[in-house]
Design a protein around this ligand. Structure first.
Ligand code: DX5
Ligand code: ZN
Length: 215
């Protein structure tokens, strides 16, 4: 599968309505929302009110990436705000299996994210329970960082694990995605590419999204 999820973190929030309308009319498959708490990651982004407003006008599913500690406390709220899928960090969940169940009980998709240093092998006992795995290809917290090359290897390992265990999980990659890294990632077996700066700092975001879809 080749899906594209633009991250609105890199968008101009003075024109958020226009940005969402552009995404509605684009070939984007998902709208990626990066939620940062200033504790799990060294940055604060946006929270529930923005997700609610985006949801009011978005005609694409909201892919909510929680870079927060203790995500269990906010899963209900982000679901009510309009998330179609919620991604929690492996590193932020003491009882990951329970957290995944909690998300599924709300009738939405559940995904787990690995930081660049976290080994794919650690997913062995959860891979059958998740709808998606998000591999960070930068250290989370900021857009516009350089892609970490080791991610390619991790995508390959994850693909192998998914096939071996007959899991339905999609592979999403987040950070430093452009046409070059994107092409390599799809080749390794990625299903969903998140792109922030590459889309929103381009001359023509609509065209850039289309180009990522064509890879
Ligand atoms: C990083 C976020 C990413 C980020 C990607 O912490 O999770 O979604 O916005 O931005 P780019 O595509 O600019 O690297
Ligand atoms: Zn993200």
């Amino acid at each position: 599968m080749k899906l594209v999820a633009p991250s609105i973190l890199a968008a101009n929030f003075n024109h958020l309505g226009d940005v969402i309308e552009m995404l509605n009319n684009s070939e984007a498959d998902l709208i990626h929302c990066d939620i940062m708490d200033g504790v799990f990651v060294p940055n604060i982004s946006f929270g529930l009110p923005i997700v609610e407003h985006v949801h009011q006008i978005a005609r694409k599913p909201l892919d909510v990436h929680l870079m927060i500690i203790d995500p269990d406390r906010y899963i209900d709220d982000f679901c009510k705000a309009g998330a179609s899928s919620i991604t929690v960090h492996y590193e932020a969940c003491t009882h990951l299996h329970r957290t995944i169940q909690q998300i599924h009980e709300l009738g939405i998709k559940a995904s787990v994210c690995l930081n660049p240093h976290t080994a794919v092998a650690l997913l062995g006992d959860i891979i059958e329970d998740v709808d998606m795995v998000l591999l960070m290809s930068v250290n989370p917290g900021f857009g516009g960082q350089k892609f970490i090359e080791n991610t390619y290897r991790k995508v390959g390992q994850l693909k192998e694990l998914i096939i071996q265990r007959n899991s339905k999980a999609l592979i999403e990659v987040d950070g430093g995605v452009n046409l070059q890294t994107g092409e390599n990632l799809y080749k390794e077996g990625a299903d969903v590419l998140v792109a922030g700066n590459f889309v929103f700092n381009s001359q023509n975001p609509l065209e850039t999204i289309a180009a990522l879809k064509r890879l």
